[in-house]
Ligand binder design. Sequence first.
Ligand code: NAD
Length: 432
Amino acid sequence: MATALSMTMNKSTYKDQNVSSPYETALLQYDRAVGHLDLPTSVVEYMRYPRREFTVNFPVRRDDGSTEMFTGYRVHHSTVLGPSKGGIRYSLHVDLDEVRALAMWMTWKCALMGLPYGGAKGGVIVDPKTLSMGELERLTRRYASELIPLISPQSDVPAPDMGTNAQVMAWIMDTYSMTVGYSVPAVVTGKPLEIGGSEGRTSATGHGVVICMVEALKRQGITDPSNISVVVQGFGNVGTYAANHAFELGFKVVAVSDVNGGIYNPNGLDIQAVRAYYAETGALKDFGNAENITNEELLALPCDVLIPAAMESQITRLNADKVKAKLVVEGANGPTTPAADDILNDKGVLVIPDILANAGGVTVSYFEWVQDLQAFFWDQEEISRQLRRLMIKAYDFTAHTAEEYDINMRTAAQVAAIKRVAQALQTRGFYP
Ligand code: NAD
């Protein structure tokens, strides 16, 4: 079956190239961070492990009447600070270790942002582009019904991630609601507005990335966007909104890419025209007035800011020395391996880490959950104001921690987050 094969290929690719897999990256980052903290071994060990892991194999009826088996996961890394929160990914790259890594990063991200959540992640091994709408709906509803013992507004609240979107969240919300017998909008976030979604959720991660980029530049005395060139890898939810928002603010977005490669114009791309072209053709290739490039070439382009917004392990020990950007703002989760981090650090590249830079999504998800629970909705202006306030607060918190411990922003973000979880864990105590 194609799904099982790609799982093996995914794992062996990391091994063959001798680069860290996402879970190895997450654990190495954790070890580096806890090394700066004087925590009891029991607490360090507890936070190292996912709290629970769920694997499900389930059938989906194809449109031609045949049935295919799929495998899905949901991992709750931590519930110390509150219900676990984290996206659901549909991709052929999904495996249990990847989901574990993403769940752990969610724990630190929510803690860093001061949200009352633990961390979780889910995924199904599937390329959603190969399914019809009907097949996608049946796959989603079956996976959602398998998750019912785990999810609820009080226990675990999923959201979109790679390969899923607001429609997928609507099907999960409906499946859950049909099962319990009444509508429960707060069981997922990232829903369409008409069923209890929030203003500003779709663009939130990309906007948060740009808030962090602007903040990092401002702290280096750079306030004029017109001379700052920006490269964005990934043209999905995060990449598109990040590129678009940067473009709207007057930054020169010189290159963007998707899984099939990218386009480059050193004088800047008209991102609105690129979006229209992408919507029409489904590709970036051959967009007029730009050069076609590979993803490998994109990462090595001369530019001021690089925004990796595609997937994990893109900047590795094999290509980190080729990165020319002075600032890397991580839109994706885990795009930089620890070995690459060291190389970038030695080159004096400032990396704004994923758990800070892409936290805009979970922050507006939190706003959505709060609005659903109180059944009272905020306008776009209020969402933007609160998002900006929390992003800058978390940026400050990370920068102060970096100064206090004399460490880089990646380790500082993890140290700050881990301290919060450890403190809550110690206050609650070990059960029983
Ligand atoms: P998406 O599915 O909407 O888009 C992913 C994009 O990356 C697509 O353009 C795809 O073609 C491209 N891509 C995939 N593999 C690639 C590769 N090997 N090289 C280059 N490009 C590749 O996903 P998304 O929601 O935008 O998520 C992107 C990243 O951001 C993921 O790491 C995700 O975990 C992270 N993230 C997403 C959110 C969110 O709110 N959606 C929040 C926080 C973090």
